[in-house]
Design a protein around this ligand. Structure first.
Ligand SMILES: Cc1cc2nc3c(=O)[nH]c(=O)nc-3n(C[C@H](O)[C@H](O)[C@H](O)COP(=O)(O)O)c2cc1C
Length: 385
């Protein structure tokens, strides 16, 4: 039986699923659908989970065991555990202040936090909270001057790791968002208003924090831009499709660590390597872009052996627990990221959500390593089907 002192989180929510269920009851349906849903029929979302579940690791008993350490060093930074927080756009809509909550939790737990360009906290504020240790996910602006300005702002704020996104050449077709009016521009209707009224704690926190804004884009938005113009602005603001030339330009201009996120083929991984990137995040955007595409885990298993010796290979997509993190590492990831699980945490528990999720994942991961007889995450047995 586990010693009660070892449980450092609210025992009512010991899993990602229990947080998800609490989140469902705590936030308006349109916000939950935005967080929870995938694209089209949700097959890629399901496939991410199914493929992970097939990874079985074998324990080694009857051997001396020196104990385990979760610490992991990536790009010269040592983190307390081999996982971090994926970038999520419009987090403040899901739970007010969530980028700040998660950035603070990541910083205090010595984990990497990645801020989205379309997050609801400014890159300057997040750099301040994390003392420059956060990573910045870069959606490429269409305007070259804005691109350079954003890169300069990120450098001036102290970011060392820039995460360039490759997997959104077009907006994903997401039925849940279409149904609830969460399109660009957002359509506010009676139904959405009713959903907010039945979620008083979310409504109260939103009133305290104010309407979520694309905080990083404010300097580039025309004055007086209303909801009706927002869609057109967002559509024209970003250069959605990445090209080798664009990546090469950023590689040349960004003197820090450069990572490409949204890689799901060996081909793209090799191109990233040839362009001098330091790492990749194998990811299918959490099943939100290409329903008929490969699961993140299948992609990882092909990509890690191909380029893992030359660059840092990380992954996200479908990870919900410590055992899942172990599975992704056994398949070749050096660092794993979780998107929805951290957001379920804040949507369920507000300001305590980030620490809560970090504590669950660390406790679970440590238990798995001890059970397997493995003293470091990097020594997890390689998964052989
Ligand atoms: C609601 C939502 C918004 C997202 N917004 C972004 C974003 O702005 N930038 C980005 O690089 N990825 C974004 N992603 C993808 C995540 O960074 C990550 O790849 C994905 O959530 C991982 O899958 P998981 O949620 O199953 O852990 C988003 C994901 C979700 C669920």
């Amino acid at each position: 039986m586990r010693n009660a002192d070892q449980i450092t989180f609210n025992p009512r929510y010991p899993t990602s699923e229990s947080l998800r269920e609490k989140a469902r009851k705590q936030i308006p349906r349109f916000a939950f659908d935005y967080l929870d849903g995938g694209c089209n029929d949700g097959e890629n979302l399901l496939r991410n989970r199914e493929r992970l579940r097939q990874v079985i690791l074998q324990p080694k008993y009857l051997e001396d065991y020196p104990g385990c350490r979760l610490e992991t060093t990536v790009f010269g930074n040592t983190y307390a555990a081999p996982f971090g927080v994926s970038p999520i756009g419009l987090q403040g809509l899901i739970w007010p202040g969530s980028p700040e909550i998660l950035a603070r939790a990541a910083f205090q737990n010595r984990l990497p936090f990645v801020l989205s360009t379309v997050g609801t906290a400014s890159l300057e504020d997040i750099a301040h909270i994390t003392e420059g240790s956060a990573w910045f996910q870069f959606y490429h602006p269409a305007d070259d001057a804005v691109r350079d300005d954003l890169l300069d702002r990120a450098r001036a704020a102290g970011y060392q790791v820039l995460v360039l996104l490759a997997d959104t050449p077009t907006f994903g077709y997401r039925p849940g968002e279409i149904r609830s009016g969460l399109s660009m521009p957002p359509r506010w209707n009676l139904n959405n208003a009713a959903q907010m009224l039945v979620r008083p704690s979310w409504l109260w926190q939103t009133m305290r924090h104010g309407i979520p804004r694309f905080a990083n884009l404010q300097p580039y938005m025309p004055a007086g831009l209303g909801l009706s113009g927002l869609g057109r602005f967002m559509d024209s603001f970003f250069q959605k499709r990445m090209t080798r030339e664009k990546v090469a330009y950023i590689r040349d201009r960004w003197k820090g660590t450069l990572v490409l996120k949204g890689v799901s083929t060996v081909h793209d991984a090799r191109v990233a390597q040839s362009l001098g990137l330091d790492g990749i995040v194998v990811s299918n955007h959490g099943g939100r872009q290409l329903d008929i595409g490969p699961s993140a885990l299948e992609a990882l298993r092909a990509i890690a052996p191909a380029v893992g010796k030359e660059m840092v290979v990380m992954m996200d997509g479908g990870l919900r627990s410590g055992p899942d993190i172990a599975r992704s590492m056994a398949c070749g990831a050096e660092l794993a990221f979780l998107g929805r699980t951290f957001m379920y945490g804040t949507a369920a528990l507000g300001g305590k959500g980030g620490d809560h999720v970090a504590a669950i994942l660390k406790t679970q991961l440590q238990q798995v390593l001890e059970q397997l007889g493995c003293s470091r995450p990097s020594e997890l047995p390689t998964f052989l089907p």
